[in-house]
Design a protein around this ligand. Structure first.
Ligand code: SF4
Length: 377
């Protein structure tokens, strides 16, 4: 088989900005012409890049944003046709797209399905109306249910639902309600990310200094433990710190990031890492539309950075870092390389070395950032 490659396509449009969001996305209101031009440029970039990867087999595609479902569904079909014509796409490649309630209907979903999208990631965030309102989401819970059911009806048999924990005014009861309600709908995958207050967002003004309005650290930790407990009751396996899947439904595309596979990002601000070289596309829409796609210097990762990344990303997975694979790929046994830190973490019962893997314990998963930081030295 040819060497694998994953593709990420960025669609930087949303209906309007959510109050907590710092992703690169803009309101699409009144931007039909710009959107059409953006898709033309993205198609041109896809085609132009293809020549550099004709020795590759595309194993996954992720269309993210922004809200890819806000633009015309035909644009999404065009992008995928373009990829099929110019890249070698594995027959059972995972092709995911993010969709937000309130931006899709049956017609659009049918077009996505016919275009080959086989995994839909729906942003629900919460089932509690007050939380959805506070987050500035454009939809209510009923809209989510309608999107989810229509997606099932139109043939999507691999659905992820995004939820958020640690919301202002939230408590264990509210989060439990979100988890149970969604788990009962029986999606194949659930992502539960903690709210992060990002600089420059309305949430930062509201809560940046009033951290008392957010759940405290202990509650936050209890919320994480409760999440894993509730979701396991419904047959979800926690395979990454914030991700849960039914057996066989782990997200193949995200596993490429966590296992340091090669990925090519296309579109505004999209990040790439191929053959241990990292770069990012411009975040300036004007430049992008003028076809100046890549404006940042390419950065070649040295062996120390590669090893650190492998630990940092690999330990996010509950299975951990495979010691033999690490040793082969990075030419050193991680137990010797990081012996002192690993020893300390083992003593504190945060890390374990079992069955050929180095992995975080339950307690370690709660304190992952602190444990991982120690691999930097
Ligand atoms: S829908 Fe997603 S990308 Fe768009 S503003 Fe909201 S959080 Fe950000």
């Amino acid at each position: 088989m040819k060497r694998p490659l994953s593709l990420y396509l960025h669609i930087p449009y949303c209906v309007r900005k959510c109050a907590y969001c710092d992703f690169l996305s803009f309101s699409c209101k009144g931007k039909e012409e710009e959107t059409g031009l953006y898709i033309r440029r993205l198609n041109a970039e896809i085609k132009e890049a293809a020549g550099r990867y004709d020795d590759r087999q595309v194993i996954s595609i992720f269309i993210g944003g922004g809200t890819p479902s806000v633009i015309r569904a035909e644009y999404i079909a065009e992008l995928l046709d373009n990829i099929r014509s110019n890249y070698r796409l594995e027959t059972d490649a995972e092709i995911s797209m993010e969709a937000n309630p309130g931006t899709v209907d049956r017609e659009k979903l049918k077009i996505y399905r016919a275009a080959g999208i086989n995994r839909l990631s729906i942003g629900c965030q919460s089932v509690n109306e007050d939380e959805l309102k506070n987050l500035g989401r454009i939809h209510d819970f009923k809209d989510f249910v309608k999107t989810y059911e229509t997606a099932r009806d139109t043939g999507f048999d691999n659905i992820n639902v995004d939820l958020m924990a640690g919301l202002p005014g939230s408590d264990m009861k509210k989060l439990a309600k979100s988890l149970r309600t969604v788990a009962e709908m029986d999606p194949e995958h659930l992502s539960v990310y903690d709210l992060i207050i990002e600089e420059g967002t309305p949430f930062c003004e509201r809560y940046g200094k009033n951290t008392g309005l957010l759940p405290d650290e202990d509650t936050d930790r209890s919320m994480y433990a409760m999440t894993a407990g509730i979701l396991s009751e419904y047959g979800f396996n926690r395979y990454e710190i914030s991700n849960y899947a039914k057996e066989g439904y782990e997200c193949r595309h995200n596993l490429v990031y966590w296992e340091r596979g090669d990925y090519l990002g296309l579109g505004l601000n999209a990040a790439s890492c191929v053959d241990e070289t990292r770069w990012k596309n411009t975040s300036d829409m004007r430049k992008y539309l003028e076809k100046n796609y890549i404006t940042e210097e390419k950065e070649s990762l040295d062996i120390k950075e590669r090893r650190f990344e492998a630990m940092m990303l690999g330990l996010r997975l509950t299975k951990g870092v495979n010691i033999r694979d690490f040793t082969e790929r990075y030419k050193a046994d991680p137990r010797e390389l990081y012996g002192e830190h690993i020893g300390k973490m083992k003593e504190l019962s945060l890390l374990e070395d079992r069955g050929g893997y180095l992995r975080l314990t339950e307690k370690g998963l709660d304190l992952a950032d602190a444990v991982i930081e120690g691999f930097m030295d």
